[in-house]
Design a protein around this ligand. Structure first.
Ligand SMILES: Nc1ncnc2c1ncn2[C@@H]1O[C@H](COP(=O)(O)OP(=O)(O)OP(=O)(O)O)[C@@H](O)[C@H]1O
Ligand SMILES: [Mg+2]
Length: 151
């Protein structure tokens, strides 16, 4: 499924619409370059869950936990993750395999620790400065998750 966003507000609304459909245990792998709009999407997602506290870009924290919404919300930003052990220390399994919903920025950083059933949302820049192409893929549609693929 592919959507075009023309503004940060529209990306917030798209994020919120994903949250409205979110189910317990769901994991969203949020891909896209620096400044693509992943954190904007995450803020909209939080809002869609009914979370009112502001979601800041977790620049210095790998994980932020929000429990005031319809479902527990675990917002990961793996950008500054060093070793995979850091994720182990965080007790990531408790969050990935929970009744909450996880949103993972920079999922590429955690390789195969990302559960296979994660939904992928990729944000790319469009033609205009404020345009973004937001594409959602089910696990079986994700080319990066193709078994045996090497490049
Ligand atoms: N349509 C749009 N959707 C989302 N953000 C947009 C859009 N148009 C412009 N922007 C701007 O792009 C930037 C997106 O920043 P954001 O922090 O969400 O990116 P990010 O993907 O989380 O980057 P990082 O990898 O550094 O965390 C913001 O400054 C936002 O105002
Ligand atoms: Mg971000």
């Amino acid at each position: 499924m592919r959507m075009i966003s023309h503004s940060p507000d529209e990306t917030l609304a798209i994020g919120a619409s994903f949250a409205e459909k979110a189910v317990p245990g769901q994991i969203l792998a949020l891909k896209g370059d620096l400044g693509a709009g992943k954190t904007v999407f995450a803020k909209g997602f939080a809002k869609g869950l009914g979370i009112d506290d502001v979601v800041n870009s977790p620049t210095f924290t790998i994980l932020q936990v929000y429990e005031s919404g319809r479902l527990p919300f675990y917002h990961f930003d793996m950008y500054r993750l060093g070793e995979p052990e850091e994720l182990e220390q965080l007790g990531y399994e408790e969050y990935f395999f929970s009744d909450g919903v996880c949103l993972v920025e920079w999922p590429e950083m955690i390789g195969e620790l990302l559960p296979e059933d994660a939904l992928t949302v990729e944000i790319r820049r469009g033609e205009d400065p404020d345009e973004r192409v937001i594409e959602a893929r089910m696990p079986e549609e994700d080319p990066d998750a193709e078994p045996g693929e090497e490049d």
